[in-house]
Write a protein of this length. Structure first.
Lengths: 310, 408, 442
């Protein structure tokens, strides 16, 4: 449904997207994961015909974005990161407008508007001005506006930024439902949990480059199934820990940064009590002792050497 | 009320920095007032007489007029107001009308067939003068031509009394008409009008008919008022963004905040006033009169009134849009009513009374009196008191509503 | 494309109508200022302008009573002056303090000096702050005196030896005899001095003959005022400055109103709705056209509301050629929308557009004749004024409203405005397309 090959987008000498390639199958929910400024929005802008690519090719719903922009536009829905709505109009007015823009009219328009208002649970607020909405309500309406015309492909650019957990949950549930109904979704986010919860396949993008791409579980498996144990440790006690750790079958070396020791272990059930006992014996604090299961964060850290939210 | 000068200064500095950080403000602060003063003052020239661009005045059918016509027109040659184009050929009335309608000429004279013969025969020939009473250039040509024509008509009428043969028997006839004497007497009349302006300097003949003397101060006042009223939306923004709450939660008392906002407005206004009045003096040579104290006082009062008005507007408005809308109404309405756009003397008496009761009307009247009459604080005391009254009322209201806004 | 265009226009109009602030700026402010202008200049139901009953002082004590009354009456009959007689000290005070606009100071021993052939100088003291009224007093006085000067010069050129001082001793001073009382003048002929009587009779006859000659002018100047021939059937009571300024200010406000609508393009860019629209099935031409159509509808409505309000309140005749008026309003709004669309698209932010359009609107307003009639400007600037679209709008409105012209008389103006509108729109779309190609349209 989406096919990208060697996509490059430059702004002068700045390379925003650097030779990325991936594809998204029909009915798939694909996550594009990366920190702010990684190139996610630029990629969506190129795919939705807003920006011309510097190099490379992209086909969306069978239409080439460079040659058949109109064809692409008719088939896609875009939910931008910003609340791209008319805040001085009511919810229904907004949806009516976006529907009309795509050629809906009369009863079809009316029906679709009501459907969407119900879908995003804003039926009771249909006449209310958007400016009076909460952040979550705005986000839901933002999503509904992108769905008014029943697109084949939906681009969601960080659709849950800045809202509370409950509102986020509602939006994610709706996206999942839409995907289950057969809608192809390209979802960008910098929230790992969202990508983990929602997406079938994931592309990790960093500084314009695609650093990992594939099935979510496969990607995590690539970095192994070792847990990471971390705890606070004064530097002068590091030698003691190194000596002790020789019997724990660690993966890699013990890391010690900013007063925090980090060990990757294969047998957490065995090692963790020993560490707890040792720390207690040394009268070192236990309350910072943490065990991390491998996840996308670990993957990202492994791939880029940085945490996603750094 | 507890006041903390250090905090007041901090608030003022913050507001001033924000004003100066926005380059677009410079357009309203400096560029537009100067452009307005310059173009309006320069292009409108004098209200009553005016600097004189060259307009075209065509005489058709000059061949019909003979020497008499040439004599009539002689004083109009090289006229500074217009270029006189004399054509021997004639033209139809319709074509002359068309020329005037299309603004290709500002006035035209049509001398009909047999003009010279009729004149010689003592008949009364008619010449047609085409003009547009709604066009200034046309009126100027008429204003210049009519006296010349009237003088010529008097001369020709008088010459018709010349009859050397009959003069001996008829006391109403003269033996000759001394043309040279007539011309010299008309040129240097014995009975004449000596007009002068009773301003502060009779020698300089300083007069507000030079519209720059009006437009310089008036656009300075207008833009100060507009700028400070437009600043009202900053206060609304501070309320919306909760920075006002944050300020209130600091050491600052309500008094500190009001004074901080009010004085920062005054500093911006005073900066604008000094810059614009200075540039008006430097570029247009405007002399504000012999009383610098009065000049400083009127500007301080007007700036303070404007700043208080902006503060009041900001506290009363519920949204930036509302502040903008009301600011626009007041920023344009008060100058129009107060005589900053056109002199109050040309509006009906009741509108003059309204104008002089408003701070804009009071300030420009003081300026006029300083520039034209050389008045100082004592003479302008009633108007200065009027401005002071506005200041007291507006500032008191601003304090009351500001308190309500920050302590709901 | 049409459904997209319809949706865009409908959305924008809905937003405009629901936005109370824009409506205030759009209609409230212009209506208020039009109203202020109207009551200042327009007369109508609110009465006339301030150019009437100009207070002036007259001073100079020794004018014979009859002549003094004649002068007062003559000045008051013009309907322009309210005359107060006083002494010169008080007159100076009245002028200096602005209580009268001007004072005419008659010279001492006016009649004696005149009849003795001495110079007679009238002084006119003017209020320094009276830009208009003192000028009117001076112009009228200069005109009256000009006539008198020419006649005196003509008399003295006909009979150069007719020096007034050569009369013998009379019981009454000569100025008393000629003070305007014919009975007294005839009585003067009862003098026993035969030569003197002959001399007086001669003067009377010359004076009568001269006066008669002056009553029948040798030349007649037939004035043809464009205002008269343009509206020969016009029965409206009077025209005034407001007839010009109502449409001129309406056009000026319309320019600001158009800026406000086109500016929305930047707001849409900033809140990303423009980007979202451009991901839909509309191209930049449709988006530009949408804003243009909205601006034209709003701006021409604004123009018509202002003109009709002015017409209803102040009697400006706006209803004689409604079709022409509407077409000119639409064409002017169309040209304005195109020009501002270009200005809006050559800059990247709302702030930059505000700065650019503010300067542009004020300068175009001045050059195009929205603040004062373009005719008052020097020819070079007059020519520059013609490149402004508002000049053509002002001109067409002036033709219709002031000169009572119809649709066919403003075809030229309509053509110019339509050309500006069409070419401007094409240029704007081209700029928008280039911006889109560069990826900076939204």
């Amino acid at each position: 449904m989406i096919e990208i090959k060697g996509l490059v987008k430059k702004y002068g000498s700045t390379v925003a997207v650097d030779n990325i390639s991936f594809s998204v199958e029909r009915g798939e929910l694909f996550g594009l994961l990366g920190p702010n400024g990684a190139g996610k929005t630029t990629t969506i802008s190129v795919l939705s015909t807003l920006l011309p690519a510097t190099e490379g090719a992209a086909v969306v719903a069978g239409c080439d974005v460079a040659k058949d922009a109109d064809g692409v536009r008719r088939r896609i829905g875009v939910v931008p990161q910003e609340i791209a709505l008319y805040e001085d109009l009511g919810a229904r007015d907004n949806l009516n407008f976006w529907g009309r823009l795509y050629g809906l009219s009369g009863k079809d328009l009316q029906r679709r508007t009501e459907e969407m208002l119900e879908a995003v649970e804003l039926g009771e607020h249909a006449r209310q001005k958007v400016s009076s909405f909460s952040g979550g309500m705005k986000r839901r309406l933002n999503l509904a506006a992108g769905l008014m015309h029943g697109p084949e492909v939906l681009f969601l650019d960080e659709p849950t930024v800045g809202i509370d957990a409950q509102a986020r949950g509602k939006i994610l549930a709706l996206i999942r439902r839409l995907n289950e109904d057969g809608l192809t979704v390209l979802y960008t986010t910098h929230y790992l949990e969202e990508a983990e919860q929602l997406c079938d396949r994931i592309g990790v993008i960093d500084r314009g480059k695609m650093v990992a791409l594939g099935d979510k579980d496969d990607l995590i498996r690539q970095i192994g199934d070792e847990d990471t144990i971390s705890f606070l440790l004064p530097p002068e006690r590091l030698d003691e820990l190194l000596t002790l750790s020789t019997k724990w079958d660690l993966v890699g070396d013990v890391e010690h940064r900013r007063g925090c020791a980090r060990l990757r272990v294969r047998d957490t059930a065995r090692v963790l009590p020993e560490i707890q006992m040792w720390l207690a014996g040394q009268q070192l604090p236990l309350d910072h002792l943490e065990v991390h299961r491998p996840n996308l964060e670990t993957l990202y850290l492994n791939l880029t050497g940085r945490a996603l939210r750094e | 009320m507890r006041l903390n000068p250090g905090l007041i200064w901090t608030i003022m500095r913050l507001r001033l920095k924000r004003v100066m950080a926005d380059r677009a403000n410079l357009i309203w602060l400096v560029a537009m007032p100067l452009v307005f003063s310059f173009i309006m003052g320069e292009l409108m020239g004098n209200w009553s007489s005016g600097s004189s661009p060259q307009f075209t005045f065509i005489v058709y059918g000059a061949a019909n007029g003979g020497e008499q016509l040439a004599e009539i027109l002689a004083p109009l040659e090289d006229h500074e107001d217009f270029a006189l184009v004399v054509r021997d050929t004639t033209a139809s009335r319709a074509s002359i009308r068309a020329l005037l309608e299309e603004s290709r000429v500002s006035g035209a004279l049509l001398v009909g067939d047999g003009f010279a013969d009729s004149l010689a025969a003592g008949l009364t020939p008619t010449v047609d003068f085409f003009h547009d009473s709604e066009r200034g250039s046309s009126q100027r040509i008429r204003g210049a031509f009519e006296p010349v024509f009237a003088a010529a008509a008097v001369r020709i009428s008088a010459q018709q009394l010349v009859d050397p043969a009959a003069a001996a028997d008829d006391p109403g006839k003269a033996t000759a008409f001394d043309v040279a004497r007539y011309d010299s007497l008309v040129a240097a009349p014995r009975v004449r009008l000596d007009a002068e302006v009773l301003g502060r300097s009779r020698e300089a003949n300083l007069l507000l008919t030079d519209s720059r003397q009006h437009s310089g101060p008036s656009y300075t006042l207008m833009f100060i008022l507009m700028f400070l009223l437009m600043g009202a939306k900053d206060l609304v923004q501070e309320q919306k963004q909760r920075t006002l709450d944050r300020l209130r939660l600091s050491w600052a008392s309500t008094g500190d905040l009001v004074l901080g906002f009010f004085l920062s407005g005054m500093i911006v206004g005073a900066f604008q006033a000094v810059l614009l009045l200075g540039m008006n003096a430097a570029i247009f040579g405007i002399d504000y009169g012999p009383s610098p104290a009065c000049l400083v006082l009127v500007m301080l009062l007007f700036v303070a009134v404007s700043s208080a008005a902006g503060l009041l507007l900001g506290t009363l408005s519920r949204s930036g849009g509302q502040a903008d809308g009301l600011g626009m109404v007041l920023g344009l309405g008060l100058p129009a009513l107060g005589g900053l756009w056109w002199p109050l003397e040309i509006v009906p008496p009741f509108m003059q009374s309204i104008g002089r009761a408003l701070p804009t009307g009071q300030a420009i009247t003081i300026f006029h009196d300083m520039i034209g009459r050389g008045w100082g604080i004592a003479e302008s005391a009633p108007m200065l008191l009027g401005l002071t009254a506005w200041l007291v009322v507006l500032l008191a209201l601003a304090v009351v509503f500001f308190r309500r806004a920050v302590n709901p | 494309m049409l459904s997209g265009l319809g949706a865009l226009v409908r959305k924008d109009l809905l937003r405009q109508v629901r936005d109370v602030k824009s409506l205030v700026i759009y209609l409230g402010v212009p209506l208020l200022l039009t109203f202020i202008m109207g009551i200042s200049f327009g007369g109508g139901v609110f009465g006339g302008s301030g150019i009437s009953a100009i207070p002036m002082a007259l001073a100079g004590g020794d004018l014979p009573g009859g002549m003094r009354d004649q002068l007062t009456q003559g000045l008051q009959e013009t309907g322009l002056f309210t005359v107060t007689w006083t002494d010169s000290t008080e007159a100076a005070r009245l002028v200096a303090e602005g209580e009268v606009r001007a004072a005419l100071i008659l010279p001492d021993e006016l009649m004696s000096r005149f009849f003795q052939g001495d110079d007679v100088v009238f002084k006119l003291w003017k209020d320094p702050n009276s830009q208009v009224k003192a000028g009117i007093v001076e112009a009228i006085m200069t005109g009256i005196l000009g006539q008198f000067q020419a006649k005196e010069a003509a008399y003295r050129s006909l009979w150069p030896d007719d020096e007034l001082g050569e009369f013998g001793e009379l019981e009454e001073p000569l100025e008393e005899i000629f003070s305007g009382d014919p009975v007294r003048a005839v009585r003067a002929l009862r003098t026993d001095d035969g030569a003197l009587r002959e001399e007086l009779l001669l003067r009377f006859e010359r004076g009568a003959s001269f006066g008669q000659s002056m009553q029948e002018p040798a030349l007649v100047l037939d004035l043809h005022d464009r205002q008269d021939w343009a509206a020969e059937d016009d029965t409206r009571p009077s025209r005034n400055l407001y007839d010009y300024f109502l449409p001129a200010f309406a056009v000026f406000f319309m320019m600001w109103g158009t800026v406000a609508i086109i500016r929305d393009l930047h707001r849409e860019r900033e809140n990303r709705t423009l980007a979202r629209i451009l991901t839909g099935p509309v191209n930049v031409a449709t988006v530009a056209l949408g804003k243009w159509v909205t601006a034209v509808i709003m701006a021409s409505t604004q123009l018509m509301v202002l003109l009709i309000a002015g017409g209803l309140l102040f009697g400006v005749r706006v209803g004689d050629a409604p079709v022409a008026l509407l077409l000119v309003a639409v064409a002017t709004a169309g040209a304005a929308a195109s020009v501002y669309l270009i200005l809006g698209l050559v800059v990247s932010t709302e702030k930059a557009m505000d700065a650019l359009t503010t300067v542009f609107t004020l300068v175009f307003g001045m050059l195009g004749g929205n603040f004062f009639p373009i005719d008052l400007m020097p020819p070079a600037l007059h020519a520059v004024g013609r490149i402004t679209f508002n000049y053509w709008g002002n001109r067409a409105f002036s033709e219709i409203i002031t000169h009572g012209k119809g649709l066919f008389d403003v075809v030229d103006e309509l053509l110019v405005l339509s050309t500006i509108a069409t070419l401007g729109l094409i240029v704007a779309v081209a700029i928008f397309a280039v911006r889109q190609r560069r990826g900076v349209a939204a």
